[in-house]
Design a protein around this ligand. Structure first.
Ligand code: SF4
Length: 332
């Protein structure tokens, strides 16, 4: 029996400004089981990063609805002191650009060791030894020397490994990786993904993988959640989503993956742009870009529905197809 580690229900995170309200995350449900890797995909501005930051309770936005249960704890209501114990200990995050997250004035060893000093009460010397072990684990050469160096002395790939070492330092139950390999070249990218896979197997860590790179999703994830305009539009296991996507947006994303045998001179792209955050419209938010849009799509917003076991999609086409199937059966 799979055990739920994270359960996000009907989450709403809004931003308020002089220009109005931006519903960055607008009723999102995501469940992650122990040891599972779930990919959250979608274009920039779809709400995936705000979802992850809200899960860590680090969002600058305001949570106006929903719940987040993590390892039996109600994340949105526990005191900040308790949340600090969870962050970096049970739940940790790897960011896209390590230079913005590593502190330039502290050594690598101090930064990796800090979490075990705080959360596990390690002494300074024990924390330093632990930092060296973590550096070895993530494949950093000369760890005894690197532990006393500063972030600017390392390459981009090494800094990203240091970030992973920091995040994994307390063996978190959940690792949130926000575009962890986007800024890296492909060889380093493959090494980092290998490393995350290894850590997941060895420590049974669950991973929330935020990415727009479908190659990373195919390689790493068990399940995929596709987001568009602050909502989940499709969800299913990775094979189903790649071989039988149901939502027109996911179908567009899949068509945009380059293949070696393609005769097309240009890559497929989804026409139009993601809606400007905060621009409210009636009906389906994907309608202005959707080749199947109908009158109903302009008026009414579809709900996320189960289209087959464990596979969900938010589109009126399914209920129409289901209606046709039902009518066909009645006619027979
Ligand atoms: Fe396209 Fe309509 Fe489905 Fe939205 S509900 S994705 S507009 S067909």
């Amino acid at each position: 029996m799979k055990k739920k580690l994270l359960e996000i229900k009907e989450l709403k995170t809004y931003f308020y400004s002089d220009e109005g309200v931006v519903p960055a995350v607008d009723g999102v449900d995501i469940t992650i089981y122990e040891g599972e890797t779930v990919g959250i995909v979608g274009e920039s501005g779809c709400g995936k990063s705000v979802t992850s930051l809200t899960t860590m309770r680090l969002t600058p936005g305001k949570v106006v609805g929903g719940s987040i249960e993590f390892n039996g704890k109600d994340i949105l209501s526990i005191p900040e002191a308790k949340m600090r114990e969870i962050r970096g200990n049970e739940m940790a995050m790897i960011f896209q650009e390590p230079m913005t997250s590593l502190n330039p004035v502290f050594t690598i060893g101090q930064q990796i060791g800090e979490s075990v000093e705080i959360h596990l009460n390690y002494s300074k010397s024990k924390a330093r030894a632990h930092a060296i072990e973590m550096l070895k684990l993530v494949g950093i050469p000369r760890p005894e020397q690197i532990v006393d160096e500063y972030p600017h002395q390392l390459s981009g790939g090494m800094r990203q490994r240091v970030m992973i070492a920091m995040a994994m330092s307390c063996q978190p139950k959940l690792l949130i990786a926000d575009e962890p390999t986007t800024a890296l070249d492909v060889t380093i990218q493959a090494q980092i993904l290998d490393l995350m896979r290894k850590l997941r197997v060895e420590q049974n860590t669950s991973i929330m993988m935020i990415t727009h790179d479908l190659g990373v999703v195919a390689e790493m994830c068990d399940r995929v959640v596709v987001m568009y305009s602050g909502k989940v539009v499709e969800e299913g296991d990775v094979i189903t989503i790649f071989t039988n996507p149901k939502h027109p947006y996911t179908q567009g994303l899949m068509k945009s993956i380059p293949t070696l045998d393609s005769q097309e001179k240009r890559l497929h792209s989804i026409k139009g742009n993601v809606p400007i955050p905060g621009s409210l419209r009636k009906g389906c938010s994907f309608a202005p870009r959707c080749e199947f849009a109908m009158d109903k799509c302009q008026q009414d917003a579809p709900q996320l529905e189960e289209v087959e076991a464990g596979h969900y999609s938010r589109c009126w086409l399914h209920s129409i197809h289901q209606g046709e199937t039902r009518n066909d059966k009645t006619a027979n």
